[in-house]
Design a protein around this ligand. Structure first.
Ligand SMILES: [Zn+2]
Length: 319
């Protein structure tokens, strides 16, 4: 138990209750206050925190005081022990890369507010002017190479090294997860770092500039291996992602609204396997209610706190 001086000068007694304790105990309390540092250092149980708006006397010192209150609903405050899960899937979107400074494509200030995708990111544009399209994608590569993976990317890559089964499913094409060290990455929308010959298949190309715009074997123009506007998603890749999600028991969605199919179905697939579903996104969206927990913070901070030592539960505020 700790004490806390109220801003009106009344001293309130504060203490914590485990969820498993009876609510009777909570009603008796003058105030139950959430203290980050104590939770962080001393408690590993799940907590629920109540601060009540009420005029009550303290059950310890009988001082009367105003107790300010709302139910904050801090549940699942503890950090995650990855070993408790057999298969962890991280599903990442534009917000994950934006934290590294990678320009986003959609939305205000995004790439598509400066460039017409009709001229640079569809099959028709490529068929009409492949050189321009390839030059545009070189600009995108340069922009990505100017950025570095952040601590969230590193956290996921580190987990993959320690845990037998970690899968990244990403909507991003920038290869940031791989640069951070992740090996098991399913790229739903392709990659900036691959090219595709219509006859000789896919080849990797990882420089700022493409080694060649044309296939060495047959001379055809090489197309970035990216899902452009008007393209169908690769069915094999999508199926692989869904198969991974269907058998995961921890599903963490990061920086994506996930409102477009197939992504919109992902938390449901995870739920069907009774997976714990966590959303990390500074903004709520219409899919948020599907998650068991929502963390309104950046990926870099949240992932380190969720999985790292010295977890700081302030990141786990639910709305
Ligand atoms: Zn070829």
């Amino acid at each position: 138990m700790s004490t806390f001086r109220h801003r009106y000068g009344l001293q309130l007694h504060l203490y914590f209750h485990r969820i498993t304790n009876s609510l009777r105990k909570l009603r008796k309390s003058t105030a139950v206050y959430y203290g980050k540092h104590l939770l962080c250092n001393s408690y590993k149980e799940r907590f629920i925190v109540f601060i009540l708006i009420d005029m009550r006397s303290c059950c310890y010192c009988e001082t009367w005081g105003v107790v300010v209150a709302s139910i904050l609903g801090f549940e699942n405050m503890k950090t995650i022990d990855p070993e408790q899960y057999e298969h962890i899937v991280f599903f990442t979107g534009a917000g994950m890369s934006a934290e590294s400074g990678v320009p986003t494509y959609r939305g205000r200030g995004g790439v598509w507010s400066q460039y017409r995708w009709e001229d640079y990111a569809c099959q028709d544009a490529f068929d009409g002017n492949p050189e321009t399209v390839l030059q545009f994608h070189e600009l995108r590569r340069a922009a990505v190479l100017a950025c570095k993976p952040h601590s969230g990317h590193t956290a996921i890559a580190t987990l993959e090294k320690k845990h037998p089964r970690v899968t990244v499913v990403t909507q991003n094409i920038d290869g940031m997860h791989q640069r951070a060290g992740s090996g098991n990455v399913i790229e739903l929308h392709g990659s900036l770092w691959r090219l595709r010959c219509p006859y000789d298949g896919i080849s990797e190309d990882i420089g700022e500039r493409y080694k060649s715009y044309k296939c060495e074997k047959c001379g055809s123009w090489l197309r970035p291996d990216i899902i452009w506007f008007g393209d169908m998603l690769d069915q094999g890749v999508t199926s692989e992602a869904i198969a991974a999600i269907r058998c995961c028991d921890l599903f963490v969605s990061i920086g994506t609204s996930g409102v477009v199919y197939p992504a919109a179905g992902f938390p449901r697939f995870a739920k069907e396997n009774n997976a714990r579903c966590i959303e990390i996104n500074p903004e709520a969206n219409e899919m948020s209610s599907l998650y068991d927990e929502s963390i309104r913070d950046t990926a870099g901070k949240s992932l380190m706190e969720l999985f790292g030592r010295g977890a700081r539960p302030s990141c786990l505020l639910t709305e």
